[in-house]
Design a protein around this ligand. Structure first.
Ligand code: AMP
Ligand code: MG
Length: 323
């Protein structure tokens, strides 16, 4: 069984063809880059997606050496995300599904990150740390749902890095630029550390880091150390409480080596296995959507076209999972 996965929640328009045995036959992406210092403009990003969609689709089918009629199902990211961007993916998916009569699966983007992470790492029943542009959550699976153990009370870890990066002149996404600057120093400047119960809050940390931004390298280093220590504290508490024997980190920020190193030392203390999604598949991609689509197809039929809306806001812990 072959599935085409279409991702368009934010900056990335991507298509991938994945087989039910877990083989990723193709993975093609185009990323919208706003001008330096600016964030994603939803209208500009959706225009980018419209202009990229034909080439990304054709390239992904060619890379997989298949034709559209060889597809068994199509899955698209139905949310959460930016409305204008989501609609591009949904329109492409609906058009293909209705013209070629292929069953269609609307997929929750973040559940795609988790499912693909499990496929690629082999984690079975992990505590999940989802850190991306759209999410900062600690999750454990129980009774057909991913339950939230802790989360950000304001902006996400990805937004923290991107908003600070933009303020010092980088173009979003800036996590990698910050990681590179941070690696050049080990001088820590005290910044606000806000953990409330199992939740974290990053907005005060963002303002305080902006106030020391003239010392770029030290600011990046101190920002990473503080934010990652906060998230690590919440993670360690969740591991200790849930007694999970696996920790899996997914989402774009999972690409950060310093974050992984901090979490590894926690896992050692808590006697638990550490898994991180391979860097290539940490950020948004079609494979995460295709794989969740394939898993959903084991449990239910495709959605009727009139039920294939997009949802800008869609809580991960509201999704029932019965595969
Ligand atoms: P996603 O929303 O899953 O595509 O993740 C995008 C987020 O990951 C953006 O906020 C990026 O800045 C962040 N990101 C990407 N690479 C890194 C990295 N090496 N270190 C920290 N954050 C990163
Ligand atoms: Mg994402």
């Amino acid at each position: 069984m072959l599935c085409l996965g279409i991702e368009s929640t934010a900056h990335t328009f991507a298509c991938a063809v994945v087989e039910k045995n877990g083989k990723i036959h193709s993975d093609v992406r185009k990323i919208y880059r706003p001008p330096e210092g600016e964030g994603i403009h939803p209208r500009e990003a959706s225009r980018h997606h419209i202009e990229s969609s034909t080439k990304v689709l054709v390239d992904s089918l060619q890379q997989a050496r298949i034709k559209i009629k060889d597809l068994d199902i199509i899955a698209y990211a139905a949310g959460p995300g930016l409305g204008p961007c989501l609609r591009v993916g949904a329109v492409v998916a609906r058009s293909l599904a209705s013209y070629y009569k292929i069953p269609l699966y609307p997929v929750h983007h973040a559940i795609g990150h988790i499912d693909l992470g499990k496929l690629l790492t082999g984690a079975k029943d992990p505590l999940v740390l989802l850190v991306s542009g759209g999410h900062t959550m600690l999750l454990a699976f129980m009774k057909e749902k991913w339950r939230v153990f802790g989360e950000t009370l304001d902006i996400t870890l990805g937004q923290l890095l991107d908003q600070f990066g933009r303020s010092i002149g980088f173009a979003s996404p800036c996590g990698k630029n910050i990681e590179e600057l941070a690696a050049k120093t080990s001088t820590y400047i005290q910044l606000p550390y806000v953990v409330k119960g199992n939740d974290v809050s990053f907005s005060g940390l963002l303002s305080a880091t902006k106030s020391i931004s003239s010392q770029k390298e030290k600011a990046c280093f101190s920002l990473q150390e503080t934010a990652f220590a906060m998230i690590s504290e919440a993670t360690e508490r969740a591991l200790s409480f849930t007694k999970k024997k696996e920790l899996m980190v997914v989402g774009g920020v999972a690409a950060n080596k310093r974050l992984s190193n901090m979490l590894k030392s926690i896992c050692k203390r808590q006697n638990c296995k550490f898994y991180v999604v391979p860097q290539q598949f940490a950020g948004d991609c079609g494979a995460q959507i295709a794989w969740t689509g394939l898993l959903e197809a084991t449990a239910k039929k495709g959605s009727a076209l009139e039920n294939t809306f997009v949802r800008q806001s869609w809580r991960l812990d509201s999704v029932n999972i019965n595969y």
